[in-house]
Design a protein around this ligand. Sequence first.
Ligand code: F6P
Length: 341
Amino acid sequence: MRIAVLTGGGDAPGLNAAIRAVVRRALADNHEVVGVRNGWLGLLEGETVSLTRDSVSGTLPRGGTVLGTSRTNPFKVEDGPARMLQTLEQLGIHALIAIGGDDTLSVALKLHKMGVRVVGIPKTMDNDVPGTDYTIGFDTAVNVVMEACDRLHTTAEAHHRVMIIEVMGRDAGWVAGVGGLAGGADVILVPEVPFTLEEVCEVIRQRHARGRTFSIVVVAEGAKPSDFGVQITQDARVDEFGHVRLGGVGALLAREIEARTGHETRVTVLGHLQRGGSPTVFDRVLATRLGVAAVEAIEAGHFGVMVALRGTKIVTVSLEEALAGTSPLDLELYRLSRLFF
Ligand code: F6P
């Protein structure tokens, strides 16, 4: 068989580990692998590269994606679907592996409905894809958040300051919730749980009343202070999947906390640091298992599915299940983290 593979949407550490696993597992059964460059854009433009054992050698620890990625929505492009089908046909592709989050997988499902043999692999540092316990890139991202909390603790303590750490997480608070819990945050703010600026200030005042002289606040970029009722955006532009560019909730919190409590406050926006660098053990192993499982799903003739981690097992779930909304932060975990506020 000739199998195509692409990475779409925001990058996340572990993508190369997944591509490498696809290639190594496919070659083990003498299949050929074609890499599609820059996500769905490459399929529109016929930009592909043959992937060999050599081309994936040494890529396991590398962040980013050797194939490149984009946020292209091919269904927003004139003749997009037809152009993609033409590329697949011209290359004689038997099946396509799409590695991505909800946007990329939604295109995969549409293609599957048009008759393309598709298997999805869940990747996003947001960890918000339903049907899988974890997505590629999440573990590395929360390790970055944890380390940032550790580092900011020492400077916060030295200066008796409030430190706000703004992390990614548009609709789901997994990164803030898990990263903040591991980093010992004193306040964690996520899109799933409403809060007011006054409540946040009150937690900080109470900490100070107990004798603490500093506080660490982790806030997801998509967290909505009830005082405003909307997510804080950088500008009004939207991408091809309709997402606005979030950012600014950290700065807003810093201003309000300083004004209302009188405690000096600083903000750190972790941004794309959370998506860069070498994947953790967990992400390397998860990506490797999912890449292998995707080829095995193709060999077994299972299409329109996503390979997923459930408990300790790799399973397949339908792409419909994977696209049933957004998987929210486990609120039990959030309740637990509140114990430490
Ligand atoms: O989709 C993952 C994500 O990391 C979001 O949490 C974030 O809002 C977005 O990507 C930002 O991505 P970019 O700057 O690449 O558009």
